[in-house]
Design a protein. Structure first.
Lengths: 351, 351
DNA sequence: TTGTACGCGTTATCAG
DNA sequence: CTGATAACGCGTACAA
């Protein structure tokens, strides 16, 4: 029973109409009598007809596909799977696409291939592209050719983007640690090349200047190993450290392990506040206090913007970063911290 | 400079050949003189010509796309992003596809939509489909219509699949705990409906029967919360518990939190061995001893099978599950555990 | 080795 | 409101 798939031609014949009319019914087009429409729909159901996507794309010039283009941090593309950041993006897009007939196509490149990949993707006729970790220059070039693109995270000015309040989030994290009475607050930053990491770096500097704290910091790699190394090194250099602000969950797990290995307790001796609030934060022991980056929502917003219509240049959607208190830093503050509020002021919620 | 994209027609004209010849060059077809071939390739480079995938698909009937079809555990499709299992599959496929011009298209449904989604996917012309968590009946129906399908994990007999030695892995985990001197070994199983969880359940039963251990067990949901609840409940009912075998990493993190909350220490008072060895295992505190499920390799193998050629019915590829010793269970055994070896025998590596 | 001619399944433009 | 008919861009028997 390997009979060939029914085509629009079969539908038209069985329903005694032309292919044009059948096409109108399929696409909910205007100007078809109710009688004909229902007859055609009946035939479609009987035959189990499903339009050929390739033919639709070819004829109409548009495809029901969103391209997800990721440039991996490392040379090794497989590490794509290790960092929860990426899976949260996939999840966010999936839920935005759920219920629609739009699908996501995944492309991953490392930095050396990125230009070539973007070139190819730019040629395809799709609903648009979601750019992740694409260098600003490449993103700008891509956007010039295909305006239907949204970057996740900061990028070139004209390229549409969803962003998070990384600076404010980092400030709030340090402020929170300060409010707990911590004064030896060290930072473990992300890679220098990463834009999100750069913003968190700025927020951290802001805060320590404002609070008159020393700048104890080391760089990590956004992975557990780097977090472990950085924490161990910082504690060796500065034994009085009593808190860490860590630029991502994964590094924070490494930091917690290093703290524990040094004989200190979390949070009694050393407080830890991380950034991301991925699934790993809740799974840590003790569960991590973390600045929540709403990655799923950001990715979903990017996908929806692409589905809903054209995205103007310079389009921005900014997402707040919020403190999620668990156990790794200590007790909840009497007054909830707001990312936007000046650190030196106290007071109730600003909205 | 929004000139329209060059087509194969342009290439043919510029190279003074017919479209057929240009097509042959593009597809590395046989029977083109070296002279003509290089001339055409030169023109292709000059024009920046890239074939239109939709037209290629339409004309040839095959597409450079692999469908990833996932049925979510829960009603909420977004939890897709929470469990590392799925991101590891994506990562494995991505690395298998890296360097090829084949891409992955992602489809996620919950159980109620699964049939309809599979129906649609079956109609598309693609290289094939990777099925994840698709119920056996639906998988069988799908496979009947489109033989180019591979399931990740056990499924209907005729449907090609990559599988892991879940039974042996679970046996080995319990055996390992026993070898550490633990006798109050409790199990936290996965959902009853999940086939992988069922296999691990069997392996656990095998082991405790063989070792003469009591069957202390509870069911979880493959999430942290369920692991926490199950561990807490089991320890309340059986205070003498001194070890847990947990059917996945995520639940194990919950278990460790529950153990810690009860005032016990890991691994001094209670040993924990989990299943999966996802990124979470290494990030746990203490780092988890876990049975490594090579999910990335399995997914990559599935993708490669689809790329390389047709997959015969009943095709199977079995992957070993290996003990990865970290700190949550205790010290490494004098003799490394082998998943395949009978539990009662001692001895060296079997291969 | 190369070219001709047709078909892939659908959309879209015009007439009627 | 409906029906011819021409694209859409490419692959591929078949002929030369």
């Amino acid at each position: 029973m390997q009979q060939r798939k029914p085509t629009i031609h079969d539908v038209a014949r069985e329903a005694f109409v032309s292919r044009a009319t059948a096409s109108r019914v399929i696409n909910n087009g205007r100007g078809v009598s109710e009688q004909v429409r229902s007859r055609v729909n009946q035939v479609i159901a009987d035959l189990g007809y499903i339009p050929n996507p390739a033919a639709q794309t070819l004829a109409s010039g548009r495809a029901n596909v969103i391209e997800l283009v990721v440039v991996a941090y490392d040379a090794d593309v497989a590490r794509f799977g290790v960092h929860p950041y990426f899976s949260r993006i996939v999840a966010g897009m999936v839920s935005a696409l759920y219920g629609t007939d739009t699908r996501m196509r995944v492309h991953v490149a490392c930095e050396t291939d990125a230009a070539e990949l973007l070139e190819r993707v730019a040629q395809t006729s799709s609903l648009g592209a979601v750019l992740v970790n694409v260098p600003a220059l490449l993103a700008a070039q891509f956007h010039e050719r295909r305006p239907r693109a949204v970057s996740i995270g900061a990028t070139a000015p004209r390229v549409p983007a969803v962003e998070a309040e990384n600076v404010q989030g980092a400030r709030a994290a340090v402020g929170y640690l300060h409010s707990l009475g911590r004064r030896g607050i060290a930072a473990i930053h992300g890679p220098a090349s990463n834009t999100c990491a750069a913003s968190r770096r700025i927020g951290h500097l802001d805060a320590i200047h404002e609070l008159g704290l020393p700048d104890l910091a080391a760089d990590g790699d956004f992975h557990r190993e780097g977090g472990y190394r950085a924490a161990a090194q910082l504690m060796r250099l500065h034994p009085h450290i009593d808190a860490f602000f860590v630029a991502c969950d994964l590094m924070a797990t490494g930091a917690i392990q290093a703290i524990t290995a040094s004989g200190r307790r979390v949070p009694e001796d050393v407080s830890v506040v991380s950034f991301d609030d991925s699934v790993i934060a809740a799974c840590s022991n003790p569960p991590m206090t973390s600045m929540r980056l709403p990655v799923e929502e950001m990715a979903a917003a990017a996908a929806r913007a692409l589905i809903d219509g054209s995205v103007p240049p310079c389009w921005r959607r900014i997402f707040p970063v919020e403190l999620v208190v668990r156990e790794s830093a200590g007790p909840a503050p009497a007054v909830p911290w707001q990312a936007r509020r000046p650190l030196s002021r106290a007071g109730g919620p600003s909205r």
